[in-house]
Design a protein around this ligand. Structure first.
Ligand SMILES: Cc1ncc(COP(=O)(O)O)c(C=O)c1O
Length: 479
């Protein structure tokens, strides 16, 4: 591809990108395809000769884009948001163009220093303690694994990484998280070698937050049994219902007991940009590690997880390993982020976060987050006004959990009714929801947090829910 061809194609792509963002709300949110359908349209072998770019782009438009799920759709109310705002998309274009590879200071000096600056900005924006130092990881799953590996090394006097699990402490390391904590914790406990059977799932209170008394009792029992509590993971904004674990109570217990305290605020941590929401992080100063995903609610396209630690030394002792070919003459004076996590090669993620924060400004980000929280409160009120609906959990952020629970429908009958409701709302095509189970019962989740979502979209959502619920109740589902 010549430079002039590149320029021409890039302009065509940017035009397509702008049209896409402007019109994404008119597309089906999820494609109407079955597994294998897209693959069957694609050649099974790579072309031996290069193909014209126009043809490649045309195939993208005909086969790939229509086969995608559109997370940037304003009717996106599923899972949590994965926002790709225009400034973050533009930053990704530059990052790819420069072929940025940010493993050490020398391989990308500006990327390393920008990452330091942006992590400091974000720390300020969220009101995190000044003693925290940040680094960008790819995902929260990786961040939690990094935390757990650090906790494992600290608990075994840094012997596990050297000798394997042979020390007396290594035998009985135990990890604690609430019954509602994310599955990335199970994965991390498994991968860390600590073993899934050594993860204690602590019961939750009525609002689905961790019961700190139950945590304390479980830790006591484990100590009495000669085991070694190594890490407690608290969640700010659980995936099912956005419950907030009591950081102060859990953190002070961890401090007394000398247990690593990790906080997973992947989704809801962004809400702490609002001064009126800072209380969700009360007690975070006890944390040894903390993470939040700007790639969820903070307008930054996937992937970008801000990971903060109180003690950089422990992180470095856990991850640092320097072969001769990676040594540089600046190692003594500069930060090499390859030593702050698992992989060697690193993407330039700080650029998109920098673009986002500068484009919107802190106040601009705040007003979007406030809008989402207000829209969620509005939806909640509308559903609460309906006699047939049950709201099983608080909605402190952008998520509203709800269940259609008319009199006479309990247990599995109620689950089946709500499964039908979910299908009916999604089949109508205007909005898209997903579900969870709360207290064992099938529950719908409406997650409001996409950057383009406004009042009209939430109105459409409320209409779709109420209309489809009405149809279900009128028909065979009225007992
Ligand atoms: C509370 C929580 N933690 C962790 C994760 C995993 O996030 P990631 O995809 O960045 O690994 C999620 C995903 O939704 C989450 O809700």
């Amino acid at each position: 591809m010549t430079y002039s061809d590149f320029r021409r194609h890039a302009h065509a792509l940017v035009d397509w990108m702008a049209d896409y963002l402007e019109s994404v709300g008119t597309r089906p949110i999820v494609p109407d395809v079955m597994p294998g359908e897209i693959r069957r349209q694609l050649p099974s072998a790579a072309p031996s000769e290069g193909e014209p770019f126009e043809q490649i782009f045309e195939d993208f438009r005909q086969m790939i884009e229509p086969g995608m799920t559109h997370w940037n759709h304003p009717g996106w109310f599923a899972y949590f948001p994965a926002n790709a705002s225009p400034p973050s998309i533009l930053a990704e274009m530059l990052t790819a163009t420069m072929g940025a590879q940010c493993m050490s200071w020398q391989t990308s000096p500006a990327a390393t220093e920008l990452e330091q600056v942006v992590m400091d900005w974000l720390r300020e924006m969220l009101g995190l303690p000044e003693s925290f130092t940040g680094v960008i990881q790819d995902t929260a799953s990786t961040g939690t694994l990094v935390a757990l590996l650090s906790a494992r090394e600290k608990a075994t006097g840094f012997s596990w990484g050297l000798d394997g699990p042979v020390s007396e402490e290594a035998e009985g390391l135990i990890v604690y998280a609430s019954a509602e904590a994310h599955s990335s914790i199970d994965k991390a406990v498994k991968l860390s070698g600590i073993g899934l059977n050594n993860l204690r799932r602590i019961p939750v209170l009525e609002d689905f937050s961790m019961d700190p008394k139950a945590l304390e009792e479980t830790i006591r029992r484990d100590r009495d049994a000669g085991l070694h509590p190594a890490c407690v993971i608290a969640t700010v904004g659980t995936t099912s219902s956005t419950a907030v674990d009591p950081l102060r109570a859990i953190g002070s217990l961890c401090a007394e007991e000398g247990i690593w305290f990790h906080v997973d605020a992947a989704y809801a941590g962004t809400a702490a940009v609002l001064p009126e929401m800072r209380h969700i992080l009360d007690g975070v100063h006890f944390a040894d590690s903390f993470l939040v995903n700007p790639h969820k609610w903070m307008l930054t396209n996937f992937d970008c997880t801000a990971y903060y630690v109180r003690d950089v030394e422990t992180l470095l002792r856990t991850f640092q390993y320097t072969p001769e070919y990676l040594r540089t003459r600046f190692d003594a004076d500069a930060v090499n982020f390859r030593d702050w996590g698992i992989q060697l090669g690193r993407r330039f993620r700080a650029l998109k976060l920098w673009f986002v924060i500068r484009s919107y400004g802190v106040e601009g980000i705040r007003s979007i987050i406030r809008r989402h929280i207000a829209l969620a409160a509005d939806l909640r009120t509308r559903l609460e006004e309906q006699a047939d609906f049950l709201i099983p959990a608080p909605s402190p952020f952008g998520l509203v959990c709800f269940r259609l629970a008319p009199e006479g429908h309990t247990g599995e009958a109620c689950d089946a009714l709500n499964e039908r409701l979910l299908e009916a709302v999604n089949d109508a095509g205007d909005v898209y929801l997903t579900h969870t189970r709360l207290g064992g019962r099938f529950t719908l989740r409406a997650s409001i947090g996409q950057w383009q979502t406004g009042q009209r979209d939430v109105d459409r959502l409320a209409d779709a829910i109420l209309t489809e619920a009405g149809h279900l109740l009128e028909n065979s589902y009225r007992p």
